[in-house]
Write a protein that binds this ligand. Sequence first.
Ligand code: ATP
Ligand code: MG
Length: 416
Amino acid sequence: MRQSHLFTKTRKEAPADEVAKNAQLLIRAGYVHKVMAGVYAYTPLGLRVLENIKQIVREEMNAVGGQELIMTSLQPKDVWEETGRWSDETVDVWFKTKLQDDTELGLAWSHEEAIVSMMAQYVHSYKDLPISVYQFQTKLRNELRAKSGIMRGREFVMKDMYSLHATKEDMDEYYDKVVEAYKRIYERLGVGADTFVTFASGGAFTKFSHEFQTLCDAGEDVLYIDKDKTVAVNEEVLDDAIAEIGISKDELSPTKTAEVGNIFKFGTEKGEQMNVTFKDADGMDKPIYLASYGVGITRVMGVLVEKFGDDKGLVWPEAVAAYKVHLVGLNLEDAEIKDWADGVYTNLTKAGVEVLYDDRIEARAGEKFSDSDLLGVPYRVVVSKKGKENGQFEVVTRATGEVRQLTEEELFTDFS
Ligand code: ATP
Ligand code: MG
């Protein structure tokens, strides 16, 4: 991608009302556009990061047999009434709307009821189970506060997976498999060592749900972690959970974290409430077992910015970066240098390297370097008059600041 073609431009200042570091950096670098509090658009750069995060999650969900689909944002009221979750007292984040004939509709904040209702049409016998489906979807939630940038949106992207089973054993076994898949996801996203599977409140079927919490100063949660980092409990359920585990509170210390994933076992609750049953091998009609598994895709993006961003700007882990190489062209007013730099860009791209090419002629070197730091692409490769004469490319690793001088041959073998 030629930087001169990007419609977004870097900016020195974030909007005055934007307090979160993640949104400030993402807006300044041109990865997101703030529409209003808690509502952000993703520009071409931001979308590439989101898609990379989604692809990692997608691969891991496919690996545990998840089938991707997409449900709807418009939700009928009756389905949610069956489980008592239409009421604003039970669910305080509903956005609701009406058809022209006054029929009430909900704008999806979650999809358990929608999935179970749909599956009533497809699940008849125990032979139809298990089923595991997932989607990436924009959830709409009327959050009271939206001060954490993209980490708490009123409109945000979630991956939600739902598994349906004939037996508790089957659900439990699958749930454990998904826990392992989630660990791989956070590992691949570069936050594996800082992410804990925790006991949390909110399980309908079991006493606890499990949250995936990542150490993050900008997070809204507090986790109690032991010194070996083997026990992690959300402060919400601390007393209950430590009683259950049999550990003393003194052994745990509080740390700020962000919830990047949340998984639940609903058991037969939804199947019973919504009367979604299957004929078992013994000929009896039984309610389906359900578990649900969420990952906050856009929140994860915010957490990566909070954790890795520095005083110069964004620092993307390679696995999710919008581009791998930022090719920064200097002295491009010299037509000969420009032709050569264009050639390096074309050849790297042809070799399959994802390159953002700062081909701007008018921008000065200092401006290009500070923009490059702000954009946070993992490797900066400088193409300049001096480099051409010496047959060398300066390569700077954004995360560490390490500087290397590579020949053209080394450059291509290193990056492609
Ligand atoms: P929270 O406790 O942070 O309000 P939640 O428990 O309501 O989240 P779930 O319904 O379990 O969230 O959603 C699954 C995941 O979606 C969460 O673990 C989180 O990563 C993400 N998420 C939830 N709400 C938001 C939001 N408003 N903005 C961005 N991501 C969100
Ligand atoms: Mg949660």
